[in-house]
Every structure is written in C-alpha cells, then in structure tokens.
Design a protein around this ligand. Structure first.
Ligand SMILES: C[S@@+](CC[C@H](N)C(=O)[O-])C[C@H]1O[C@@H](n2cnc3c(N)ncnc32)[C@H](O)[C@@H]1O
Length: 160
C-alpha cells in the first residue's frame, strides 16, 4: 500500500479530536525522570505535535520551536514530512492515542498514525518525548518509560 496522499490527509482531518480539556503535558511535567530532557530542549530545535492550549515552551525554553496542529496542511504528518532526517527533537503529549486520531475507526486513520510514527523516528535527534495513551502500541516500548505502571504511555525515545 502506498503512502497517504495529501487528499487522504485532507480527508482525515475531519476525524481528529480537538480535546483540549485533558492535558497530558501537565501530567508529564510532574514526572521527575523527564525533567532533564525538558531542560535539554534549550539546546535543540523542537517540533511539538498537538500543543493545544498547553505548549511545552510555556514551561521550558527551546532553541527553536515549531508546532503541528490538527488542520491540514499544518498537521502532524504533513509537518513531519517536511523535516530533514535526524534534524530536531519531537515532543507530543496526548496525540499518539487511538481516541485522538480515531485510528480504530477506519484504515485511513490507522495508516495516518502509523505513518506519523515512522516520520517521528526518521526526523528525531537525539531523542523524542512522546506521551500518549497508545504511544507504545505504535512507537514500541520507550527507552525511558514515563511511568512504569502506565505501561503504554511512552516516554523518552532515542535515535538509534
Ligand atoms: C488531548 S489534547 C493534548 C493537548 C496538549 N498536548 C496537552 O497535553 O495539554 C490533543 C491535541 O492533539 C491535537 N491533534 C489532533 N490530531 C492532530 C494531528 N493530526 N496533528 C496535530 N495535532 C493533532 C488536538 O487538536 C489537541 O490539541
């Protein structure tokens, strides 16, 4: 199966959830083992996927900061596709989640999430911070898990 076309992505945007009242970043900010990586953002260009009303750069300075939001052509997959290999730190809180990207609803949505994860792994360097209810279902087990008891929540992933 080929990659999603721009028309496919355009169609996908009507499914994505704009839930802003649950902040996964607020939870992540309380996790001490993540703090050194948040502090390190000052040294990197950072792409935040789905900041909603709560962007990481309100709390931690980044050398350079760009975002992807839930509207084509500024959505996660489209913005990731424009980045060079191993070129920035990707952070995302509460987006790699079947309920947000509606990945259980149809094949197109599932492919969108899978392609987004492939792109995150391609562009991230030297690490990414990915927290989401289904992060480890799609990204694999985090190198540093955010929370041991939330087994699929993700955490820190290193470029290999
Ligand atoms: C649960 S909210 C989390 C907001 C924020 N990251 C936080 O933790 O407070 C999920 C966010 O993902 C965004 N989103 C949904 N689909 C997206 C997509 N395809 N690309 C980028 N952002 C998306 C939504 O608009 C929403 O802002």
């Amino acid at each position: 199966m080929g990659k999603l076309t721009n028309e496919d992505i355009f169609e996908s945007q009507f499914y994505w959830m704009h839930i802003e009242d649950t902040s996964y970043l607020n939870t992540a900010l309380t996790i001490e083992r993540l703090h050194p990586f948040f502090s390190d953002l000052i040294n990197y260009k950072v792409l935040e996927i789905g900041p909603g009303d709560n962007a990481i750069n309100k709390y931690y300075n980044c050398k350079e900061y760009i975002t992807a939001v839930a509207n084509y052509p500024n959505d996660g997959l489209s913005i990731l596709r424009k980045q060079d290999d191993k070129s920035l730190v990707v952070v995302s809180f509460g987006v790699i989640d079947d309920c947000i990207l509606c990945s259980n609803k149809n094949k197109l949505m599932k492919q969108y999430l899978e392609e987004m994860v492939i792109e995150i792994k391609r562009v991230m360097n030297p690490f990414s911070i990915i927290i989401g209810l289904d992060a480890e279902k799609y990204m694999s087990v985090a190198d540093i898990k955010a929370m041991d008891r939330w087994t699929k929540m993700g955490g820190i992933y290193f470029q290999k």
